[in-house]
Design a protein around this ligand. Structure first.
Ligand code: FAD
Length: 476
């Protein structure tokens, strides 16, 4: 429990987490307890003799076991070991928790691997990011990445004339010790559980907007940093049977408000440089490693929901019908497609000039972009298969202990399952279809990697289409 203990202690700091009109303690408030337990289970794995070898490697600095997301891959074998380790973490939450630090750690590892490329923008970048990476790795820090700007006025926000009122996080003062920043960033998933945020913009900024063109490491307890949480969708862990997912996996999302937050120079990785920030966003090392993890997580979740849909169809007897079989087949094909793209990305990876093995981003990008249509279709199929059965569910399992218990047990049963079992199954499905947790997940899978419309357009723009067009031109 060594790491779990020090993680919990790290949350007892001066962080400002705002929820329901008050400043709350993450360690004490009921909204965070289910998720904290899930994180503790995962962190404990690093000290668990049965599992740790599968999810860790030896830190080159301390010789201690550290999480594998920090390992800079040098071979296909290294990438496969990363996948297996991520798979173990994702299986633990059935892909429901997406920002457990493994994504952010993978992105950080990517930038560290590519750090020499950034020396031309900032000669100190390499030393600064390496120092933070080693600290984060060896101290098992929980890190989150927040890239997007607060949604104020998308039509004008990036117009340099609107800059003063844009809400963009920008430097307001500089001293010999560091910079002061004000503004806001969205959406910080897992903010209350985070130790440090890595913050930078992903829009192309101009020279006039350069005071917003920074890459910063921000400690969660920095003075003047406020985490304005959305409403909690977490249900008490006591209601785990009725809300199996909401009670354990609500990661929480927050707007980060910076009110004159001081950042020391050692945590200013990129300083007022729009071109460098643009390169940070497009960096293939960080994107390949980060989204490799994200795709494994999505695949785990889709496989879980496919299993749930198959079980539901069997328990209602609808798996006997051709069109239900066809829908279940479609779910299997979606999962297989993502799996195929993960494997293709790994096998067709390439070694860069520094000897780093990167999965092919092209396949990863395809999987990520397909995910935005696969997920809503998955939920639609789940809904179509379970149909009115979603509402033919008693309010709670306690309803089976009333005086009409024998009647309840007769009419709530399924084709090959008793009434309690069927009720548990339908409640699990409802937690993916109808609860606030479910709605948040639909929004997440659509937008987590940015606007899917612009992401698809960007795939078209960056793809080497010449070889495709050449096939056609021979007819012209
Ligand atoms: C639940 C959830 C959790 C998330 N967690 C994180 C996180 O931890 N870290 C992180 O960095 N990001 C996270 N994101 C992603 C991020 O915060 C944004 O939601 C995402 O980038 C989309 O931006 P937006 O929501 O501001 O939508 P907008 O960019 O405001 O888009 C809204 C609509 O306007 C259109 N639009 C807006 N601007 C333009 C334009 N210039 N050109 C064309 N169309 C435009 C879009 O197509 C869209 O239809 C998360 C998202 C969600 C939903």
């Amino acid at each position: 429990m060594k790491r779990v203990q020090s993680y919990l202690e790290s949350l007892a700091d001066d962080r400002c987490v705002w929820l329901d009109g008050e400043k709350v303690s993450v360690l004490d408030h009921p909204a965070f307890q289910g998720t904290l337990r899930s994180i503790m289970r995962l962190f404990h794995m690093l000290d668990d003799n049965e599992i740790y070898e599968k999810i860790s490697y030896l830190s080159p600095s301390t010789g201690e076991r550290v999480h594998i997301s920090y390992q800079i891959p040098k071979s296909l074998e290294d990438i496969r070991r990363r996948r297996s380790a991520f798979q173990i973490w994702c299986d633990e939450t059935d892909g429901m928790m997406s920002r457990l630090s493994d994504y952010a750690r993978s992105r950080l590892t990517g930038w560290v691997a590519a750090r020499k490329e950034f020396a031309k923008y900032n000669p100190d970048f390499s030393d600064k990011i390496l120092k933070y990476y080693e600290y984060s790795r060896d101290e098992n820090r929980f890190i989150s990445i927040v890239q997007r700007d607060v949604q104020l006025n998308r039509a004008k926000q990036y117009d340099a004339r609107f800059f003063a009122k844009s809400g963009l996080l920008q430097i307001t003062k500089k001293t010999a010790e560091g910079v002061y920043v004000s503004g806001a960033k969205m959406i910080a998933t897992a903010a209350p559980y985070t130790n440090e945020f890595i913050v930078y913009p992903v829009m192309r900024l101009s020279e006039e907007q350069k005071s917003a063109a920074n890459m910063l490491i921000v400690p969660a307890d920095a003075k003047g940093l406020h985490m304005a949480c959305r409403e909690s969708f977490a249900v008490s862990i006591d209601k785990k049977t009725d809300y199996p997912l909401s009670s354990q996996y609500d990661e929480m999302d927050a707007l980060l408000i910076f009110d004159d937050v001081f950042i020391p120079w050692e945590y200013v990785l990129i300083h007022e440089d729009p071109e460098a920030i643009w390169k940070i966003k497009g960096n293939r090392h960080s994107n390949s490693l980060g989204y490799h993890q994200a795709l494994i997580r999505l695949h785990t979740k889709l496989e879980f929901i496919t299993g749930l849909a198959c079980k539901l169809a069997e328990t209602t007897g609808s798996s006997a019908f051709l069109h239900v079989q066809e829908m279940l087949g479609e779910l299997i094909i979606q999962g297989q497609t993502l799996k195929g793209l993960i494997l293709a990305a790994e096998i067709e990876g390439e070694v860069d000039e520094e000897g780093i093995y990167l999965p092919s981003f092209s396949y990863i990008e395809s999987g990520r972009n397909l995910g935005t249509t696969f997920y809503p279709r998955t939920i639609e199929i789940l809904q179509r298969i379970s149909a009115g059965g979603n509402l033919q569910v008693p309010s709670s399992l306690k309803d089976f202990s009333t005086e009409i218990s024998p009647l309840m047990k007769t009419y709530f049963r399924g084709a090959d399952i008793d009434a309690e079992g069927r009720t548990k199954l339908m409640k699990l499905a409802w937690d993916l279809i109808g609860t606030p947790f479910a709605s948040r997940h639909s929004l997440y899978e659509h937008f987590y990697a940015g606007d899917p419309i612009r992401n698809r357009a960007s795939q078209y723009l960056s793809y080497n289409k010449g070889k495709l067009i050449a096939k056609v031109e021979k007819y012209l």
